[in-house]
Design a protein around this ligand. Structure first.
Ligand code: DNO
Length: 435
């Protein structure tokens, strides 16, 4: 497994040397300043590559930009409105430019309007660490009482709806403002934050867009970009919805294993893959993370390792971001499944290691004194990486035989391994779109 680290660019609180000292093997970054729909030019890509490859004192670093997170899909593409065809052309051009620069893995997501969503960015744990949390009642307060979205109340279980009234009545103004700030924190890496009025306007763009329709536009998007990605030798890795259920009346279509299987069948090309984010998918009890990694094996192009603790049954539910080896997901089993998949790839002659990054981290020690991106503290993530690396080293240790436990024996995934010679098949819907 390739140990990578998310870096927000030269303004990140983490330096290139910090990443080297953390023992990182590769860097995950993006051109956050380029708006969705615009082309990532070869010059801008080269400039970021240069920044990754250079230490503060000007000497060369040992690192390279290996994974793009994310090449964003514009709202126009997701709704097939406005300049969406130009945006598709720009997306393909950006892919060509990235491939030309030697970057092979590209993460993206297909969540309408808002990406990851939390109600608290600094929830205090008993040991004083802070972490991100999603509280269902607070989120319903935001939706029903602050955003005042039409029909919002009907989207919540009665008990949650009822609970919002009492809590909202006694909520201090500062807490309300903080809730709005947390929910609209927007995309990491972006400086601007969405104001309530913008959220209302944006929501209007999705009026009448059902989950089926959004799934259709996802398949159309993939049918337009994947053949090009395939030709270029790129792997596209769709990040799941976070949290994995519909929000604010917006459909979400990448929340479960079945969603991934469906999209892989619709455009059946090896480049059509997943970013398996154990934290996002893990907020639903019906997502079996080790099984997902095992079954989607060949299509796992990128791994985000993170753990959440669910605070209620079923979904939607409240949850918080737990320590990486605690929470509801069996992290050892997830890593074992990923290592088995890599072992399987080696038996087919494929050399692709799975890039993984420690996703998020709790703010610990000095983290609260450096204002980094929410969820991306330096020390919290360093601790997470060290723990995950310990698991990998243990499982891979040549003198320790885990075979009886099945932990490191190659398994056959249920999805067929990519057929590199034929370039794969387009599913019926995608074939239509290709014509
Ligand atoms: C949050 C991240 C997401 C992720 C995008 C990928 O911290 O995991 O913002 O980068 O959804 O497209």
């Amino acid at each position: 497994m390739r140990q990578t680290w998310r870096w927000f660019g030269p303004h990140d609180t983490c330096s290139v040397e910090d990443m080297e000292q953390a023992g990182v093997q590769g860097v995950v970054t993006a051109l956050h300043h380029v708006p969705p729909g615009a082309v990532w030019t070869p010059e801008a890509i080269a400039e970021r590559q240069q920044a990754v490859a250079t230490r503060g004192d000007g000497t060369p670093s040992s690192l390279a930009w290996e994974v793009v997170e994310s090449l964003p899909v514009s709202e126009e593409i997701k709704t097939q409105t406005g300049a969406w065809r130009e945006h598709l052309a720009a997306y393909r051009q950006s892919l060509r430019n990235l491939a030309g620069a030697g970057i092979a893995v590209v993460c993206y997501n297909f969540m309408p309007i808002i990406d990851w969503t939390r109600t608290e960015l600094r929830h205090r744990r008993p040991d004083g660490a802070t972490t991100m949390r999603f509280d269902l009642t607070d989120f319903a307060i935001f939706d029903i009482h602050l955003l005042a979205r039409n029909g919002a109340a009907e989207d919540y279980p009665e008990a949650v709806r009822e609970a919002t009234f009492g809590r909202f009545r006694t909520m201090p103004d500062e807490a309300k403002a903080e809730l709005v700030r947390a929910v609209t924190a927007g995309l990491p890496g972006e400086v601007e934050r969405l104001a309530l009025g913008d959220v209302r306007d944006l929501l209007g763009r999705y009026e009448g867009v059902s989950a089926e329709r959004l799934f259709g536009t996802l398949v159309d998007f993939l049918a337009e970009v994947l053949p090009e990605a395939e030709r270029l030798g790129l792997r596209l890795a769709c990040h799941p919805d976070d949290p994995p259920w519909p929000l604010l009346g917006l459909p979400r279509v990448m929340s479960t294993e079945a969603d991934y299987t469906r999209v892989f069948e619709a455009v059946d090309l090896p480049a059509n893959g997943a970013t398996i984010c154990s934290g996002s998918l893990g907020a639903r009890p019906d997502n079996d993370l080790p099984g997902i990694v095992e079954r989607l094996g060949p299509r796992v192009h990128f791994l985000h390792l993170r753990n959440v603790r669910r605070e209620g049954p079923g979904q939607p539910c409240s949850f918080f971001e737990d320590r990486h080896l605690e929470g509801n997901t069996d992290m050892v089993a997830v890593i074992a499944a990923a290592l088995r998949e890599e072992a399987r790839r080696r038996t087919t002659g494929a050399t692709q290691e799975i890039p993984m990054r420690p996703d998020h981290g709790q703010d610990i020690l000095d983290d609260s004194r450096s204002a980094g991106q929410p969820g991306y503290p330096r020390i919290g993530r360093l601790k997470a990486l060290a723990e995950l690396r310990g698991i990998i080293a243990t499982i891979e240790h040549p003198n320790i035989c885990w075979r009886n436990s099945g932990l490191n024996s190659p398994v056959k995934p249920s999805l067929p391994a990519p057929d590199i010679t034929s370039g794969g098949n387009l599913g019926p819907r995608a074939r239509m779109a290709e014509r």
